[in-house]
Write a protein that binds this ligand. Structure first.
Ligand SMILES: Nc1ncnc2c1ncn2[C@@H]1O[C@H](COP(=O)(O)OP(=O)(O)OP(=O)(O)O)[C@@H](O)[C@H]1O
Length: 455
C-alpha cells in the first residue's frame, strides 16, 4: 500500500520501481512506451507484473536527457494492484471522441500544472489517433521541459514518442512584442509594418501608425502580446507558406489543438482583445475620413507579399475600407473561435487549495461573462489515498478535502465536470510520464497510485 513513508522518487533516478495502481493498466501503459527501446521479458504473478528490462537505446535518443537513456543496462519493474476503483469519473477520455477539429485551452493560476496537463492531454490525443498540435503562448515556456525535448524555435517541432503525429509550437509573445517594440524604434517606424505584416496584423500596424504608435506601445492594448502569438499560430494553421516543412494537407490534418496558456491574468486580457480590436476597428471604419482613406490606399497598394498572403492576391485591389472590414471580420472569427461551443473548450486547471480555487472561480466567472465555453475543471495534485498518513500528510489531506468541498459549494465551479489528477511522487517529464499522468487522470478519483523505489 502506498504510504507517506515511501520516499519521493524521480523517474530519472532509474532505480527499480514499483508502480502501484488500481490495476496493471498503468504499468502496461508505461511498459508499452518503454517497449520500443528495451528488450522486455515480462513474468506475471497474481499481484505482480515483473519486467526484466535490457536497454536498447535508439539512435534518435542518443545524447538526449531521456530517462530511457539513463536506465541501467538491466533493471526490474514490478507492478502491482493495491486499490480497487471506487467510482468512475469523466477524464481526458471523453475529450478524445470525435474526428472534428477541436481546440482546448488550458489555463489557471501559475504553477498549478497547466503545462503538465496540456502536454499529457496532447499525448493522450496523439496516442488515440488524433494528429495533434500543442501550442504554448505562455512567455515562460515549459513545454520543452515537460516533454524533455528541445521544442524551442517558434516553429512546429515534432514530438518524439506518441503513436500519431504530435507537434509542439512555443511562441514567445514577449519576444514578439520586443521585436515589435524595437522595430518601432528603427527605420522611423517602418519596420513595425513589416513585422506586423509577418504576424498577419499589417493593417493594424497601419492603423496604430495613424494613431501615434509610440504612445500605444507605452501603454499597449490589453492582451496585444499574446494576441500576436495566437495570431501567429492561427496563421501557421491557415497559411501554408509559413510552414515550410509541412504540406498543406499535412497541417490541415490536426484534429486536436491544445493551447497551454499563460497564467490567469494574461488569459483574461487575451479574451477581451478581439472585442477591443473589433470595437477599435469598427470605430476607425466609422470615423475614417477621406484623407486617411487615401493614405491607407497608397500604403495598401504598395503592400508586401505578406499582406497578399494574409488577404489573398486577388483582394489586393480592393479598397482600404474593405480590407479593414476583412480584418475586423477576422477578429470576430477569433472571438467566435473562443466562443464556439462545438469546437472550443477552455479547461480550468487548479489545485486543491483555497487560493487556487478562489482564483479558478473568478476565472470561470470571467470566462462565462465572455461566453467562452467552460465545462471541465482539472483538480491536480490531489494526495493519493493512503492507509498510513504521517502527520504532515494527514494535515494536507484535511486541507485538500476542505478545498475540494469549496468547489462543490462554489456557484461557478460546482456545475463543471471535475477531473481529478493525483499528486505523483515523481516529476512528470517526458512522453511516458505524460502518458502515465493522462491515464491516471482518466481513471478513478483518489486511487492509490504512486511510483516509488524498491531499492
Ligand atoms: N499531478 C502532479 N504530481 C506531481 N507533480 C506535478 C503534478 N502536476 C504538475 N506537477 C509538477 O508541478 C510543477 C509545475 O507544473 P507545470 O509546469 O505543469 O505548471 P504550470 O501551471 O504550467 O506552471 P506555470 O504557471 O509556471 O506555467 C512541475 O514540476 C510539474 O512536474
Amino acid at each position: 500500500m502506498a504510504s507517506c513513508s515511501s520516499s519521493a522518487t524521480n523517474l530519472t533516478s532509474f532505480k527499480p520501481m514499483a508502480i502501484l495502481g488500481n490495476n496493471n493498466r498503468y504499468a502496461n501503459s508505461l511498459a508499452s512506451h518503454v517497449a520500443p527501446f528495451l528488450k522486455i521479458k515480462p513474468s506475471f504473478s497474481s499481484s505482480f507484473l515483473s519486467l526484466s528490462v535490457t536497454r536498447k537505446t535508439p539512435r534518435k535518443f542518443q545524447g538526449r536527457d531521456s530517462f530511457v537513456l539513463k536506465m541501467r543496462n538491466v533493471i526490474c519493474l514490478r507492478v502491482r494492484s493495491v486499490a480497487a476503483p471506487t467510482e468512475s469519473v469523466a477524464g481526458f477520455d471523453e475529450m478524445v471522441a470525435g474526428t472534428q477539429r477541436k481546440y482546448y485551452m488550458l489555463g489557471g493560476k501559475g504553477g498549478v500544472g497547466k503545462t503538465s496537463c496540456a502536454a499529457s492531454l496532447a499525448v493522450k490525443f496523439a496516442n488515440n489517433g488524433h494528429p495533434t498540435l500543442v501550442v504554448s503562448t505562455d512567455p515562460a515556456h515549459s513545454l520543452s521541459d515537460s516533454f524533455a525535448q528541445d521544442l524551442t524555435g517558434g516553429t512546429l517541432v515534432p514530438v518524439e514518442g506518441p503513436f500519431s503525429p504530435l507537434f509542439a509550437l512555443e511562441i514567445n509573445p514577449e519576444k514578439a512584442r520586443e521585436e515589435f517594440r524595437s522595430a518601432s524604434q528603427t527605420n522611423g517606424g517602418t519596420g513595425v509594418k513589416d513585422f506586423m505584416d509577418g504576424m498577419g496584423l499589417g493593417l493594424i500596424a497601419d492603423q496604430l501608425g495613424e494613431l501615434k504608435l509610440g504612445e500605444l506601445l507605452d501603454t499597449p492594448p490589453p492582451g496585444l502580446d499574446e494576441a500576436i502569438a495566437i495570431s501567429k499560430a492561427c496563421l501557421m494553421l491557415k497559411l501554408e507558406s509559413v510552414i515550410q516543412f509541412l504540406e498543406s494537407q499535412e497541417y490541415n490534418m490536426f484534429t486536436r489543438i491544445v493551447f497551454d496558456t499563460a497564467p490567469t491574468g494574461h488569459t483574461l486580457r487575451l479574451l477581451s482583445l478581439p472585442d477591443f480590436l473589433d470595437a477599435s476597428i469598427g470605430k476607425i471604419l466609422k470615423e475614417m475620413d477621406m484623407l486617411i482613406c487615401m493614405k491607407l490606399k497608397q500604403k495598401i497598394s504598395s503592400a508586401t507579399s505578406a499582406i497578399k498572403s494574409v488577404f489573398g492576391q486577388e483582394d489586393n485591389r480592393q479598397d482600404a475600407a474593405d480590407k479593414l472590414e476583412r480584418l475586423r471580420e477576422r477578429m470576430i472569427k477569433v472571438r467566435e473561435l473562443f466562443r464556439d461551443t462545438t469546437s472550443t473548450e477552455f479547461v480550468i486547471v487548479t489545485i486543491p487549495t483555497v487560493m487556487a480555487i478562489s482564483e479558478s472561480s473568478r476565472l470561470c466567472a470571467s470566462l462565462k461573462k465572455e461566453s467562452v465555453p467552460v465545462k471541465r475543471l482539472v483538480v491536480n495534485q490531489i494526495l493519493p489515498q493512503s492507509a498510513s498518513d504521517c502527520k504532515f500528510c494527514a494535515m494536507k489531506r484535511k486541507d485538500q478535502t476542505r478545498a475540494i468541498s469549496m468547489i462543490q459549494d462554489d456557484p461557478e465551479l460546482s456545475s463543471l465536470t471535475m477531473i481529478q489528477a493525483p499528486l505523483v511522487d515523481v516529476e512528470i517529464r517526458g512522453v511516458p510520464a505524460l502518458q502515465f499522468l493522462g491515464d491516471i487522470v482518466s481513471a478513478v478519483p483518489n486511487v492509490a497510485i504512486s511510483l516509488f523505489s524498491l531499492a
